[in-house]
Design a protein around this ligand. Structure first.
Ligand SMILES: C[S@@+](CC[C@H](N)C(=O)[O-])C[C@H]1O[C@@H](n2cnc3c(N)ncnc32)[C@H](O)[C@@H]1O
Length: 209
């Protein structure tokens, strides 16, 4: 794993296997707040699905200033979750990150604000089926790119995710690729532009009807 410092001072990792960074190099933690947490809006007590948990930045950014979140993270690589133990975190998320640093040990941690993160370790294409239907208010959808992981961005996976969400629930993702949006629409989502952060094109937000 190669650690890379991004422009907001937070670290990302370069995956040799995917040939991609885990986050935008313009700012990993900025991306978590701007493309996911602030773009969707989080309320106390929400159920959140973090599809491709990685270092947990999206989930832990959601925990900032919130209580009683129920978060499920899907992740296949225990090494990346173990990397949370030692990674340097900038001031903006330091306090919130601390209780979850050792989450690789139990895969289930609750912080002092009753925010709970449970990780389902394994291939998200399969572990998604273990979750109950119709419970999620928010989904952070964050696999490697559609070019690298086309199955993750398929209509069938978006349909599975849709079924896990409540009506009027929201999903965020960094991609605005035409085929991705088409697959989301075929799965039932209403699709709109998300914020423009770190590149010229907008992110994407999907809303269940
Ligand atoms: C772009 S990174 C996500 C970054 C993450 N959201 C974060 O804040 O650190 C993609 C993540 O998907 C994970 N991944 C790749 N294939 C997977 C699969 N089939 N099932 C679950 N996770 C997978 C990788 O290990 C990596 O952690």
């Amino acid at each position: 794993m190669k650690l890379v410092k991004t422009e907001d001072g937070s670290f990302t990792i370069f995956s040799e296997v995917a040939g991609e960074h885990y986050h935008t190099v313009s700012g990993a933690i900025e991306e978590a707040f701007e493309k996911h947490v602030n773009a969707l809006g989080i309320e106390n007590g929400m159920h959140i699905l973090d599809f491709c948990f990685g270092l947990g930045y999206n989930s832990i950014a959601a925990c900032k200033d919130h209580t009683k979140l129920q978060i499920f993270g899907l992740e296949s690589d225990i090494n990346i979750i173990e990397a949370m133990k030692d990674i340097e975190i900038p001031e903006i998320l330091k306090t919130e990150f601390a209780p979850f640093r050792n989450i690789a040990e139990s895969l289930d941690v609750t912080d002092n604000n009753s925010n709970r993160i449970q990780i389902l370790l394994g291939d998200a294409l399969q572990t998604i089926d273990e979750l109950p239907d119709g419970i999620f208010d928010r989904v952070f959808f964050d696999p490697f790119s559609p070019k690298k992981q086309p199955k993750m961005w398929s209509e069938i996976i978006f349909q599975k995710i849709y079924n896990k969400m409540k009506k009027g629930a929201k999903l965020s993702t960094y991609s605005c690729a035409g085929q991705v949006r088409k697959n989301m629409i075929s799965a039932g989502f209403k699709v709109m532009d998300g914020p423009v952060v770190g590149r010229r094109s907008p992110a994407t937000i999907g809303v269940t009807l």
